[in-house]
Design a protein. Structure first.
Lengths: 98, 98, 98, 98
C-alpha cells in the first residue's frame, strides 16, 4: 500500500438530512470498494494504491451530483509513500474502543 | 454546543516514531480537556464552544513545539452553528463498531 | 512573526452571490486587521502572531453568522514556528505579477 | 469547466530550501499543463475538467517523490459543478493588484 486518503464531501444542499442522505451514499460507495475504511465525523479514510484512491475521489464527487446536489466541495488529504504508507491501524489502533 | 473542530498536527520532524510521540502528546492533552473526542487516522475531532475549541487549537500548536518540533503545520476544520452544531455521535454513531 | 494562517469560510447559504457577499464581509474584516494578507481563490492568507491570528479565525466564523448564515464551515491551515515563520512574500514573491 | 482544485504538497524533507526546490518543481509542472493557475502561499489553484485535474494531483504527488522526498502529504480542495464552476477570476479578480 503506497497511499492513504481522507475525504470529506460537502454537497451543496441546505438541509442537514439531505446532507446526511448524500454523504451516506458516498460512504456506501466507499464501503463497496472493498478497501479498509474508517468513517470519522468530518472525513472518511481509506488506504490502498494512489491511482485507485484518486479514481475513488473522482467517483465520490460524481456521486454527490448524481444524488441531487448541484455542486460539491471536497476536501482530500493524501499520504503517499511508495515504499509503504503509515497504515490506519498502526496510527489509530490503540485509540479505538476507548 | 455551538462548534466542533477536527485538528491534524504535522510536527516538522523526520522520523515516524518522533511524529507518533508528539502526536500522542497532543492527543493526551485533548483527552485531558474533558471534551468528547474521537481520534481518526488523519485528525482528532472535538465538540464544545467555539472560543474554548480555538484555545485548544492554539495549545496543540504550542505542545508540538514544546515537545521538540522546530515548527508545526496544523489543519483545522471548524463547524460553527450557534443554535447547536451537528454532533459527533449523530454524524457517525451508526458507523462505529462496524 | 511566529505564525501564518490560511482560512476558507463556507457560509451555509445556497446562492453564489450570497456566498460572495458574506465572504467579502470576512475579507473586509481581514483587511481591517492591518496584517499583511493575500486573497486566493479558496483561502485568504495572513501572517502575524499565533494568538492574534486564532482570535481572527474566531471572528471570521462569527462574522459569517452575523451576516446571515445559519452556520459556517471553516478550513484553516496554521504554520507555527516560534523563531520566525516562512513569510508570504518569501514563499510566493517570485510567482506574483506573472 | 466543471471543476477547480487547490493543492498544497508537503514533501517530507527537513530543510526549507529543499521544500522550496521540490515545491517549485511541482509548480513548474502545473504551469506546463497550460491550465489557468494561481500560486498562493499555501496552495496553488487550477481550473479545468475534474478528470484532468485529478490526474494532475496524482502527478504532483509523484513529482515530489521523484524529486527526492521519501513521502509527501498533499491537501486538495475540489470544487465540482457540472454546469460550470465558479472561476478563479470571478472569485478573486477584484482582489488582485491591490
Amino acid at each position: 500500500m503506497n497511499a492513504s486518503i481522507a475525504i470529506q464531501v460537502l454537497p451543496k444542499v441546505m438541509e442537514q438530512e439531505e446532507t446526511r442522505r448524500i454523504v451516506d451514499e458516498v460512504i456506501a460507495y466507499l464501503a463497496s470498494t472493498g478497501l479498509h475504511y474508517v468513517v470519522g465525523p468530518f472525513e472518511t479514510t481509506l488506504e490502498g494504491d494512489l491511482e485507485e484512491l484518486l479514481d475513488i475521489v473522482k467517483q465520490c464527487c460524481r456521486i454527490c451530483v448524481e444524488a441531487g446536489a448541484p455542486s460539491v466541495m471536497s476536501y482530500v488529504k493524501i499520504s503517499y509513500k511508495p515504499d509503504g504508507v503509515w497504515t490506519i491501524d498502526d496510527k489509530t489502533g490503540k485509540y479505538q474502543n476507548r
